[in-house]
Design a protein around this ligand. Structure first.
Ligand code: S3P
Length: 436
């Protein structure tokens, strides 16, 4: 464990650039590993989760090499040509690596065993086992459909039409990736839109993929036995990482921070919209496209925030940002009510109970409901502080409570900062650079 007390900071000032988007980084390595020839990636997130994906693709035959900072070269094997891994694939803390790679293995004539840390080993995999079994893959999973588990791929796989029972980009992507090496058309129906990086990137690599709106649902079709062409990919900055600094700048008096190169794909940008509704001053400067994704620099200034009722419909577009939104709510004037967040209970930790406990330990007024938190804010006064708070191997709990710490009177003790390295290894250094 690496505990740390995050102490109150003066105004945050300066310009930072957040590391590459985690979702896009995973996908660029996976698709690069399935294209024949060299894919070049810049701005890749070099966090533990993405490194787990890189190691797994190497174990299945691709060459995945680091050339420089954030710069990687991937030589793929071609769709259908993944090799049998010789040892269990260690996914560490990464649900995205696990679920997407289960999809890839499901339609290759190989088998793979997936293992992970204590957090990942508690997370439900049944949501991908169900559709991938329908496609012909066979599974031996631990109790409750959990890791460790072994997937035996089907060849040929069976194309399916599958309506997502939970709003999950990981489930959608697992099916689309399995569809890549399945004859015919695989169809995923999304009643609620989730992040669409897989669709964008699969198209970019030359897969035949269509998206149609039918009766308010998204119908995604992919033609299998695809041939992917190598790409040059620039990964935009991760809005989920930027969110910690957006909230920090909003709640620490006197702050003004420019966060450069933030991905603002509409399926990810819900946090910016919600913080603006709460009164946050977040200005988009220099809107442009990076790697087929909308990007801007964000100028964020300290703002008095107001509590709101958060529309559950925005949840999928900010699903990873609720821990830090709860911190913003704890310093707002009035009450913030959230609901419809059952999915937060099956992330790296149960984020509703973890954040309720953590914020309470830091002196905030929080009530946990079945599917959300209700937070009564301090109207801008610093939180008393305290702790220690338990991170439960969850990077986002650690970072959210670090931000609570710098906006507190006495500081907040975080029991373990190690998990931060899964998604944002330079988080603490950036925080220190802004606190001057
Ligand atoms: C991700 C999808 C989301 C998100 C995760 C990354 C992805 O998970 O929470 O951090 O890259 O597809 P779910 O699919 O479980 O919602």
């Amino acid at each position: 464990m690496r505990p740390r007390r995050f102490l109150p900071a003066g105004p945050l000032k300066g310009t930072i650039r957040v590391p590459g988007d985690k979702s896009i980084s995973h996908r660029s390595i996976m698709l690069g590993a399935l294209a024949v020839g060299e894919t070049r990636v810049t701005g890749l997130l070099e966090g533990e989760d993405v490194l787990a994906t890189a190691a797994a693709m190497r174990a299945m035959g691709a060459s995945v090499e680091r050339i420089g900072e954030g710069e990687w070269s991937v030589h793929g094997v071609g769709v259908g040509a993944l090799l049998q891994p010789q040892a269990p694939l260690d996914m560490g803390n990464s649900g995205t690596s696990t679920r997407l790679l289960m999809g890839l293995v499901a339609s290759h004539p190989i088998s793979a065993t997936f293992v992970g840390d204590a957090s990942l080993s508690k997370r439900p995999m049944g949501r991908v086992i169900d559709p991938l079994s329908q496609m012909g893959a066979a599974f031996e999973a631990s109790d409750g459909g959990r890791l460790p588990l072994t997937v035996r791929g089907a060849l040929p796989g069976v194309p399916i039409e599958y309506r997502l029972p939970v709003a999950s980009a990981q489930v959608k992507s697992a099916i689309l990736l399995a569809g890549l090496n399945t004859p015919g058309i695989t169809t995923v129906i999304e009643p609620v839109p989730t992040r669409d990086h897989s669709e964008r990137m699969l198209r970019g690599f030359g897969a035949e993929l269509t998206v149609e709106a039918v009766n308010g649902e998204r119908v995604i079709r992919i033609r299998g036995e695809a041939e992917l062409k190598p790409q040059v990919i620039e990964v935009p900055g991760d809005p989920s990482s930027a969110a910690f600094f957006i909230v920090a700048a909003l709640i620490v008096p006197g702050s003004e921070v420019l966060i450069e190169n933030v991905g603002l794909n509409p399926t990810r940008a819900g946090i910016v919209e919600v913080l603006r509704l709460m009164g946050g001053s977040i200005e988009e400067v220099n809107r442009r496209e990076v790697g087929g994704e909308p990007v801007a620099d964000l100028l964020v200034k300290h703002s008095p925030l107001k509590g709101i009722e958060v529309d559950p419909a925005v949840a999928p577009s900010m699903i990873d940002e609720f821990p830090v939104l709860f911190v913003a709510a704890a310093l707002a004037e009035g009450t913030t009510v959230t609901s419809g967040l059952d999915e937060l209970r099956v992330k790296e930790s149960d984020r509703l109970s973890a954040m309720a406990a953590a914020l309470t330990a830091a002196g905030a007024q929080v009530t946990e409901t079945a599917d959300g938190l209700t937070v009564v804010g301090t109207a801008g006064d610093p939180l008393p502080g305290g702790g220690p708070v338990t991170t439960h191997l969850d990077h986002r709990i650690a970072m959210a409570m670090a931000i609570a710490g710098i906006a507190s009177r006495d500081g907040v003790d975080v029991d373990d900062t190690r998990p931060i390295a899964t998604s944002f290894p330079v988080f603490e250094a950036l925080l220190e650079s802004l606190a001057g």
